[in-house]
Design a protein around this ligand. Structure first.
Ligand code: FES
Length: 110
């Protein structure tokens, strides 16, 4: 059973569980007091994830490639040259689009 480390907590969940649903209720919305769309559009559930997950979804590719002034998602340079921006970008996920497939370390931007 995978374990998610988030905000000082260790959360166990089933393999394949949606990350947003696995996190404590309100964990992301308390930091960003808006409604979460749950379908990869608003970008408010953007987190940094290390560990085993599904591949980026089309919705994530689209949303995370856009500059976001009003939400925590950030577009990187996305040029695939392997620099630090690309590495950080590769770990950026939308929790609502992420499936947990192993132990994860999840962090939010402050
Ligand atoms: S909840 Fe809106 S993009 Fe994930």
């Amino acid at each position: 059973m995978p374990t998610i480390r988030f905000d000082g907590e260790r959360i166990e969940c089933e393999d394949g569980r949606n990350l947003l649903r696995a996190l404590p209720r309100g964990a992301l919305s308390s930091a960003t007091p808006v409604s979460l769309c749950g379908n990869g559009v608003c970008g408010m559930c953007a987190v940094t994830v290390e560990g085993e997950t599904n591949e980026l979804t089309e919705a994530e590719r689209n949303r995370l490639s856009e500059p976001c002034e009003d939400s925590p998602c950030e577009g990187g340079d996305g040029n695939g040259d392997g620099d630090e921006t690309d590495v950080d970008r590769s770990r950026r996920r939308l929790a609502c689009q992420t499936e947990v497939h192993g132990d994860l370390e999840v962090t939010m931007d402050e």
